[in-house]
Design a protein around this ligand. Structure first.
Ligand code: FES
Ligand SMILES: [Fe+2]
Length: 376
């Protein structure tokens, strides 16, 4: 485990917000949340927020959500708007959808004032299979370069084609890393997830060993189970791009720092973590299905949504207890079991980041193969 301070110290959290959530790529939502030109939405990134805008050519762009006049937010965080221009609510400076300043009352003939100097600050934006990522700094390497072979794993699911049919927003009293670590192991499944264990045996999977800013693994469905639901039955159609192995597996992937993508034979669940404080995290959880599933008469996504809502809440309860346990000054880091090798990959990424190195997962630690773990 990481040192206790990593989970409870507000100073560590502020550092993470600046460096993990404000400097590299971070998922800010889905492309389909801003479908039309003129659509606007503000989302937290790092220490501030970004304004996501779909311009008149249909291209999604990200700007720092801070007016060039005196810094008012252009939209409150979490709010959305639909209009042909971007208007600051404070003194009505007006920007085009390209971020250029169009109007500033009283400045028209002011000597020395050149509107072109006062456009919004644009940030790198990348769309990846329907998910929107913003780069906190202009020097971030291209998103695709940081994901490496994850592309081959995710592409057959055609996430960009799927339609969200269920959403739950949770607010948990747990550090974002406790939630992520919990996501990366099923060592806890026999103790707290009886329903999940009925459809996937906790030890049925393996973790990937590939380089990139992600960690992930897969689990196998039990014979006779079509997907993750209370009775193992699916009420949707299988995703069309999957091979026989894809139809028998559930893949769990975490793209650093804040998005968990769970790929099922017939739907994709995405958890987007928004860190609020060292001990508080908001989680937006969505379930997306093929359009042909939604077109079925009487289609009800509840078989997937209700199953995972139950499991999610079991997880949040455990994570909140870990947070309380770690708030004890007597808490000291414990050892990870061999079944927690993906947790190890994740905490090693975090630790590299703390040391000022790139957050990059080189894959499984070598001792998890045939060789026994080093003593101590
Ligand atoms: S701060 Fe935006 S118009 Fe004044
Ligand atoms: Fe769990």
């Amino acid at each position: 485990m990481l040192p206790r301070a990593a989970y409870v110290d507000p100073a560590v959290f502020e550092w993470e917000r600046r460096h993990f959530f404000g400097a590299g790529w971070m998922c800010v939502g889905r492309s389909d949340q801003i479908p039309e030109p003129g659509g606007q939405r503000a989302e937290a990134v790092g220490e501030g927020s970004v304004l996501l805008v779909r311009d008149e050519h249909g291209v999604l762009r990200a700007f720092a959500n801070t007016c060039r006049h005196r810094g008012h937010e252009l939209l409150p965080c979490g709010a959305a708007a639909q209009q042909k221009v971007i208007i600051c609510p404070y003194h009505s400076w007006t920007y085009g959808l390209d971020g250029g300043l169009r109007a500033a009352a009283g400045f028209k003939n002011q000597p020395g004032f050149a509107a072109r100097q006062w456009g919004l600050t644009e940030l790198p934006l990348a769309e990846w299979h329907g998910l929107v990522f913003v780069g906190g700094s202009a020097t971030a390497p291209p998103l695709a370069d940081t994901l490496g072979t994850l592309e081959e794993i995710v592409a057959p699911y055609e996430l960009e084609r799927l339609v969200v049919a269920g959403q739950h927003d949770y607010e948990t009293s747990a550090n974002w890393k406790i939630l992520t670590e919990n996501y990366h192991e099923c060592y806890h499944c026999p103790a707290i997830h009886p329903e999940l264990c009925r459809v996937t045996p906790p030890r049925s999977g393996e973790n990937y060993s590939a380089g990139g800013t992600w960690v992930g693994g897969w689990m196998q469905l039990r014979d006779g189970m079509a997907t993750m639901s209370l009775d193992g039955a699916s009420h949707a159609v299988p995703l069309r791009g999957l091979d026989a192995e894809g139809l028998r597996s559930v893949i769990y992937v975490n793209i650093f720092p804040n998005v968990l993508v769970s790929l099922h034979p017939d739907y994709v669940m995405v958890h987007r973590l928004v860190p609020l404080a060292a001990d508080r995290t908001r989680i937006e959880c969505t379930w997306a299905f093929a359009p042909e599933s939604l077109a079925r008469p009487g289609f009800d996504p509840g078989y997937a949504v209700d199953f995972w809502d139950l499991v999610n809440r079991q997880d949040w309860r455990a994570c909140e207890s870990v947070q309380r346990g770690l708030s004890s000054p007597h808490a000291v880091p414990g050892p990870l079991s061999p079944e927690e090798d993906a947790v190890y990959q994740f905490v090693a990424m975090v630790a590299r980041g703390y040391q000022g190195e790139p957050v990059w997962n080189p894959g499984l630690p070598t001792w998890t193969s045939a060789t026994p773990a080093p003593a101590g």
